[in-house]
Design a protein around this ligand. Structure first.
Ligand code: FAD
Length: 450
């Protein structure tokens, strides 16, 4: 598609990483195109996947394509002063329990990769449980002896960083607001994408108003599968997150620590930031199955997992099994926080593909709808580059390897046995939730953690 043929009127549903990055890329490359960004809420959207206190920025993927793109994205984040002032290059430590299983094998692969792809001076190795513990607590500190050792060896890649995700989304949103060709309509969800004779014509909002366009880009994250039938290509899965308040003395003591993740237990611990520490369970997750009207055929229904968030259920807490996992891990790696009350918790919903690849492709049945979703738990770091790839995809100029990787139909072909997978089952004994989400059997791709 030549530049002149690019649609003159585009709707983007969703103002997270995928939507805002796309809006800015269109404004830059096709300044005469009229763009309308629509979101249920005003960005930074409190329950959106892109909005959080922190996100990991790294490029040490085992997949050379993602590694290359992540490196380019990290460089752009660092070169953008509005974003880089929210970025803290303190490294990421990956820990293993050293037991002979697939997670430990995966850890070894990641370690070799980090060594091969990073400056050798940026890789720090921790050969023992004491060294892992001391990297957080200081050189004379000793790990507790009354727990089963799971944090026993690790390495840190000092090239990795954490970023204030909410502040950066605010930066991107503010940039959109300043662009004359862009309209931002936030506060009312899209109810339905309209189409005539197999071609999208626009959207109807929940308040009954309609907006017309030549192209509708669905960047609605974990909510996308209600607006379009994604089949098994992407499903909505929640990850449990908790925040714990720390004292100024504790913050000063742990300030320099890296993001620390145990590949066997799935616990992901962030350095203290603004008086609190964030902890999340990266393995496993939760579904919330609902029956909705089929977007292409109102006479049919379809069953999907759909986000249930603090916006509609403010009293929800994370499931009890997630809390237990977090506290059990803390007992070994941050024992002084293990019994401290959570300040707040959240189930953070993500749109996840079985291969953890993104979905950036035309809708397989309806012309004029483009899909830009399935961030799959690792898409945030691509903020400065993902929008350009989505525009390339709309234009049909996406490089072939990316086109195939992110296509609608290719998901099952990319689940290759030689990739790093671990099977996890989480029991959801969610006494905190009035209507508990379901148990979910899940396969996680370890190299895409964060
Ligand atoms: C717990 C967790 C930790 C993560 N950690 C990392 C990390 O460390 N590093 C990393 O790179 N990535 C990470 N990710 C992944 C990353 O956050 C996502 O890939 C990325 O934010 C996805 O962005 P998005 O734009 O697709 O989704 P979202 O940010 O959710 O945007 C979708 C938007 O669509 C809107 N919307 C939905 N339905 C409608 C509707 N009907 N009408 C109008 N608007 C609608 C929503 O309100 C929302 O604002 C993590 C994800 C999770 C869940």
């Amino acid at each position: 598609m030549s530049s002149e043929l690019f649609p003159s009127n585009v709707i983007i549903i969703g103002a997270g990483v995928f939507g805002l990055s796309t809006a800015l890329a269109i404004a830059k490359r096709h300044p005469t195109t009229k763009v309308t960004v629509i979101d249920r809420l005003v960005p930074p959207v409190a329950d959106g996947e892109s909005v959080d206190t922190t996100r990991c920025i790294r490029a040490d993927y085992d997949d050379p394509v993602y590694a290359r793109l992540a490196k380019e994205a990290q460089r752009k984040l660092e070169d953008d002063p509005d974003l880089s002032r929210h970025m803290f290059r303190q490294g990421m430590t990956w820990v293993s329990d050293g037991q002979p299983d697939e997670n430990t094998e995966s850890w070894k692969v990641q370690f070799e990769l980090a060594k091969a792809s990073s400056n050798p001076d940026d890789i720090v190795i921790f050969n023992s449980r004491e060294e892992v513990y001391q990297t957080i607590h200081g050189e004379n500190a000793l790990p507790p002896s009354n727990v089963k050792p799971r944090w026993t060896m690790g390495y840190c890649n000092l090239e990795n960083a954490f970023i204030d995700a909410k502040e950066c989304i605010q930066v991107y949103y503010d940039r959109c607001l300043r662009i004359p060709s862009m309209t931002v309509r936030c506060g009312t969800p899209v109810r339905q994408i309209t189409s005539v004779n197999g071609k999208a014509t626009g959207v109807i909002l929940e308040d009954g108003n309609s907006v017309t366009a030549d192209l509708v880009i669905v960047a609605a994250g974990a909510w996308s599968n209600k607006l379009v039938d994604l089949g098994n290509r992407a499903s909505s899965i929640a990850i449990a997150v908790a925040w714990i308040k720390v004292t100024p003395e504790e913050e000063a003591r742990w300030k320099g620590m890296s993001i620390t993740t145990n590949l066997n237990t799935g616990l992901n611990l962030f350095p203290p930031y603004r008086g609190e520490m964030k902890v999340l369970c990266r393995l496993g997750g939760y579904k919330n199955t609902v029956l909705v009207q089929h977007p292409e055929d109102p006479s049919r229904t379809m069953q999907i997992s759909h986000p249930r968030t603090l916006i509609t259920h403010p009293s929800d807490l994370i499931p009890a099994d997630a809390e237990a996992t977090i506290r059990e891990n803390l007992r070994e790696i941050m024992p002084m926080l293990a019994d401290r009350p959570f300040d707040r918790t959240r189930l953070c919903w993500r749109s996840r593909a079985p291969t953890e690849d993104f979905l950036i492709a035309p809708h397989p049945r309806i012309a004029g709808i483009h899909l830009a979703t399935a961030g799959s738990g690792h898409g945030w770091k691509f903020l400065p580059v993902i929008g350009d790839f989505i525009v390339d995809s709309v234009q049909g100029t996406l490089p072939r390897e990316l086109q195939e990787m992110w296509a609608f139909h290719r998901y099952h072909e990319r689940v290759r046995p030689d990739r790093n997978f671990a099977s996890i089952v989480l029991e959801t004994n969610s006494i905190h939730l009035s209507a508990p989400p379901e148990r979910w059997r899940y396969t996680a791709r370890l190299d895409h953690q964060g």
